[in-house]
Each structure stands twice: as structure tokens, then as C-alpha cells.
Design a protein around this ligand. Structure first.
Ligand SMILES: Cc1cc2nc3c(=O)[nH]c(=O)nc-3n(C[C@H](O)[C@H](O)[C@H](O)COP(=O)(O)OP(=O)(O)OC[C@H]3O[C@@H](n4cnc5c(N)ncnc54)[C@H](O)[C@@H]3O)c2cc1C
Length: 252
């Protein structure tokens, strides 16, 4: 059949209509991608990357799609690592935990708690993947605590050639690159995290004026584990806003 402009256009239109689409949580980013691969093992990640590299294609890893920017976008192969979920081990003596890269923050707390451990800090919501949060330097709050990336110790990645690379603290430069890689260093499959002894949070909800918050800013940041501002609720006269402060406590 002759490939006329009309038939080429209609082939393209039907290819686009059948191609998978990806959309982020905030619905401000979406794209059509040739393939969304959901590897079930490291061997499948390697095979997918090698096949794509041989075909001159780009591979990107996706987490929970909670980023608002196009940092997951590709037209070729998108890796969905939802099969890489779970805490592999947690050691209270070394305060280290090994988790699979696609594990959501929400699924980390209970197994760590069982082992007497906890994440030192985390972000506002807990459905991000640990790898996505680490790759973007996701922060929690409180001046005394680092961001998610600062917890990362040895990490296993499948690099752009399809080789497995174990990055450890022996190569601090590489480890720093892996800590906020925005997915550009390779596909993280397994992460080792530095964690802390488990703790409870005492939550206090207060309505404070912005002037009061400004006055106590340093004290609040220093003495508060988690410090969240809520938007002014309709019943709260402006310029008041609600602030949730959580202090760590060991009593339970
Ligand atoms: C409601 C909401 C609340 C938020 N709260 C906070 C907050 O409190 N603090 C804060 O700092 N941020 C916050 N964010 C931002 C969010 O935490 C980050 O954007 C985080 O990256 C999202 O993780 P994700 O799993 O959705 O990753 P995605 O957005 O899907 O991906 C982020 C990056 O990680 C890479 N990536 C994912 N998995 C892998 C992997 N296995 N290997 C290699 N690279 C990978 C991707 O390629 C991409 O570059 C919030 C976002 C939303 C929508």
C-alpha cells in the first residue's frame, strides 16, 4: 500500500491512540510512551535496559508520580517498579534497613517499627516511593533532621549500559550523586537506609497569627520535629493560620 500523507497521519493517530499514557498525581504532566515496563526482578530490569540501549531508546524510572515537573518523561520506555516493594531487612544494632527501591514510604513504617526502628524524617505525604523521594531530595522538616537523601547509604543501581553497580560509602562522590540523581544515574533497585530508634510523635494543633510564628520561628524550627502549616480555614479569621507541630517522644 502506498504510504500517502493521509495514511501516514492515520497510522500515527492510531499508534498514539493505542500507546500507553502516563500522568502524574497532580495532573499537570502527562505524556505518551512507547512502553511501560513493570519488571518483576533485577534480571528483567537489566534485560529491559539492554534492549532499549541496543535500540537507541531512552529509559526512565517512575515512582508514584508525585513530582510536579517533567522529570519522569520519556517517549520510549518507562519503568514501573511497583514489584520492587518491601523491607528486606532491618537491623536495630547497626540502625540500617535494606528496602526495595519502589517501596512506598507508607509501607516502610510498620516493618521498621517491628524492628524497633523508624525513619528519621519524612515528607508531607507518604505515598511517594522511597527511590523517588531520595532521587529528588524530598524533605521533611525540622532543622535537626536531614532530608530523605541523607538517609541513603549503599545503593544498587542498573546503569545506562544495563550493568549492576553497587555504590557504597567507599565512593562518597558516587554516593552523593546517587543521593539526588533525579533518575539520571540509573535505575535504583535496592536501597540501604540509615534509620533511627523508633519514637512516637506528640501532635499539637495550634492557631497562631503569622506575627507569632515569625517571632518564634527559630525556636519552632529547632525544637519541633515536624512543623506543618495548614492553609487558613474558613472559620479562622485571616491572617491566622493553623500550624501542626509534632515533637518526638519516647514515652508510649
Ligand atoms: C501532595 C504532595 C506532597 C508532597 N510533599 C512533599 C514534602 O513534604 N516535601 C518534599 O520535599 N516534597 C514533597 N512533595 C514532592 C514529592 O515528594 C517528590 O516529588 C518525590 O519525588 C515524589 O516521589 P515519587 O515516588 O512520586 O517519584 P516520581 O515523581 O515518580 O519520580 C521522581 C524522580 O525519581 C526518579 N525515580 C523514581 N524511582 C526511581 C528509581 N527506582 N531509580 C531511579 N530513579 C527513580 C524518577 O525518574 C524521577 O526523576 C510532595 C508532592 C505531592 C504531590
Amino acid at each position: 500500500m502506498t504510504n500517502t500523507p493521509d495514511s501516514a497521519r492515520s497510522e500515527l493517530a492510531s499508534a498514539l491512540a493505542s500507546a500507553p499514557r502516563w500522568q502524574n498525581w497532580g495532573r499537570n504532566q502527562s505524556f505518551t510512551v512507547a512502553q511501560i515496563a513493570t519488571p518483576a526482578s533485577e534480571a528483567e530490569v537489566i534485560a529491559t535496559v539492554q534492549r532499549a540501549v541496543a535500540a537507541g531508546e531512552t529509559v526512565r524510572a517512575a515512582g508514584s508520580g508525585h513530582s510536579f515537573t517533567p522529570i519522569v518523561e520519556t517517549k520510549d520506555v518507562l519503568l514501573d517498579l511497583s514489584h520492587f516493594s518491601g523491607v528486606v531487612s532491618a537491623d536495630a544494632d547497626t540502625r540500617r534497613a535494606i528496602i526495595l527501591a519502589g517501596t512506598k514510604m507508607a509501607d516502610v513504617g510498620a516493618p521498621l517499627w517491628e524492628a524497633g526502628l523508624a525513619l528519621a524524617n519524612q515528607g508531607d505525604t507518604d505515598i511517594q516511593t522511597m527511590s523517588g523521594a531520595i532521587a529528588t531530595g524530598t524533605k521533611g522538616s525540622g532543622l535537626a533532621f536531614g532530608n530523605m537523601s541523607s538517609m541513603l547509604r549503599p545503593v544498587r543501581i542498573v546503569n545506562g549500559a544495563g550493568d549492576v553497580v553497587d555504590i557504597t560509602e567507599d565512593t562518597p562522590g558516587l554516593l552523593h550523586a546517587a543521593q539526588v540523581s533525579i533518575g539520571l544515574l540509573g535505575v535504583m533497585t535496592q536501597l540501604e537506609l540509615e534509620v533511627v530508634p523508633r519514637y512516637r510523635l506528640a501532635e499539637e494543633n495550634r492557631i497562631m497569627s503569622f506575627a507569632e510564628v515569625a517571632e518564634k520561628w527559630d525556636e519552632l524550627l529547632l525544637n519541633t520535629g515536624i512543623f506543618l502549616s495548614g492553609g487558613a480555614r474558613s472559620r479562622v479569621p485571616r491572617p491566622c493560620t493553623t500550624w501542626v507541630t509534632c515533637r518526638r517522644t519516647t514515652a508510649w
